[in-house]
Design a protein around this ligand. Structure first.
Ligand SMILES: CC1=C(CCC(=O)O)c2cc3nc(cc4[nH]c(cc5[nH]c(cc1n2)c(C)c5CCC(=O)O)c(CCC(=O)O)c4C)C(CCC(=O)O)=C3C
Ligand SMILES: [Fe+2]
Length: 361
């Protein structure tokens, strides 16, 4: 089984060429569909990751507070419905399949279905805008593992990371502008613009362009709303307390800017996420909002891109890019379009690289 886009070593040069595809695969994180799913879901997410038991119990409570249901599955289905309509109207008319890393429909079951339907080669969209082990390599490893388990699984290509694509940045600019307009014109210029993303261990951050991509995306959005400065902070920290993760935490940061600078108005942009899933609903809308209320701060959270038409048409554009010889590869800002095919050492985990994942034939 071969997965192009998995590593550069296994992808012959000709594979940079345009391809015909017979399906699109949407790959995501997955989340529980009800209270009974919460514990097995969390076990799937954290298997072998050394996440403390107390942290798991705490995160379980976040889900129970929302009836044990993560909105992420419904949001992915909405994304798929929107993309289906887009492809029907503008082509290419490809069937869309959906598989997750941590919950039903599991990626392995999806690949089996694709094989049974006669799919030979599919183009994969991963629901993560920013490169890191969690948002890039781990998905590729999971695809490899699932492909190895399914005899005759289709060849899979993976779309490039889109953190600086106008189809991602422009909707975030629009949503950020809408949030700023919730403040009176006379205070609007003094509203602090704060970008937030999932924290990751420092070792993981160091092995990828995670921080660089987050800064570039944040800078582009800030510039789009007429700002020449912004702050970037982190949320949803996990792991053992002695392990260093990216900081500052959003909640600590809000307290800090209120206490030391007297900041009373803040717009927070979840730049590291593409839908309003649990890390947004709990860590931002519940936890950070409670801090803001406690310290007397007006805090407005910017909507994620979700099914914004520009975002949906970006996915189509990225698919066409891979089906076209010498395509235009749009990207805003200073960094250029990200690679289609990941280098061998792309987004290693940090502490214990999973070297066996390279062998995928
Ligand atoms: C970079 C990144 C993204 C963005 C890229 C992407 O979108 O893929 C992301 C997304 C998400 N993370 C999510 C949920 C969780 N992440 C956890 C744990 C972890 N995330 C990490 C990183 C990231 N995570 C890391 C380094 C860990 C530690 C364990 C490990 O090394 O892997 C845990 C375990 C409990 C805990 O430790 O907090 C949960 C429940 C959900 C679903 C939300 C829903 O259900 O609606 C989504 C979209
Ligand atoms: Fe996560």
């Amino acid at each position: 089984m071969t997965i192009y886009g998995a590593t550069s070593a296994d992808a012959p040069k000709f594979d940079q060429a345009a391809h015909d595809y017979d399906a699109v695969l949407i790959m995501s994180f997955g989340g529980p569909d009800g209270p009974d799913d919460v514990v097995p879901f969390l076990e799937n997410v954290t298997r072998g990751r050394g996440i403390p038991r107390e942290r798991l119990a705490e995160v379980g409570e976040h889900y129970y507070q929302f009836g044990g249901v993560s909105p992420i599955n419904e949001q992915n289905l909405a994304l798929i419905a929107a993309l289906e309509a887009e492809l029907k109207e503008h082509g290419p008319d490809l069937p869309i399949y959906y598989g997750n890393r941590n919950w039903h429909p599991y990626i392995e079951d999806t690949l089996r279905q694709m094989r049974d339907d006669g799919v030979k080669r599919a183009i994969t969209f991963v629901t993560s805008a920013i490169s890191s082990y969690s948002g890039c390599r781990q998905y590729r490893e999971d695809l490899i593992e699932a492909s190895e388990a399914v005899e005759g699984a289709p060849v899979l290509d993976k779309l490039r990371t889109f953190y600086n694509h106008p189809g991602f940045i422009e909707p975030v600019i629009e949503h950020t502008q809408e949030a700023l307009e919730q403040f009176a014109p006379d205070v609007r210029d003094s509203v602090r613009l704060v970008f937030t993303a999932h924290s990751v261990p420092l070792g993981m951050a160091k092995n990828s362009d995670y921080e660089a991509q987050l800064h570039e995306a944040s800078r582009l959005v800030a510039q789009g709303v007429g700002r020449d400065s912004y702050s970037l902070v982190y949320q949803s920290r996990s792991g053992p307390p002695q392990m260093p993760w990216l900081e500052p935490d959003i909640c600590d940061y809000l307290r800090e800017i209120k206490a030391s600078e007297g900041i009373e108005n803040v717009v927070m942009v979840p730049i590291g996420f593409i839908s309003d899933h649990m890390e947004v609903l709990f860590d931002l809308d519940t936890e950070a909002m409670a801090v803001a209320e406690e310290i007397g701060m007006k805090l407005v959270r910017v909507a994620t891109v979700g099914t914004h038409p520009k975002f949906i048409s970006m996915i189509r554009e990225l698919i066409l890019e891979r089906m076209t010889e010498n395509p235009v590869r749009r990207a805003l800002g200073n960094c250029g379009p990200n690679h289609d095919i990941c280098p061998l050492d792309c987004c290693l985990k940090g502490s214990r690289p999973k070297v066996h994942a390279e062998a995928n034939s």
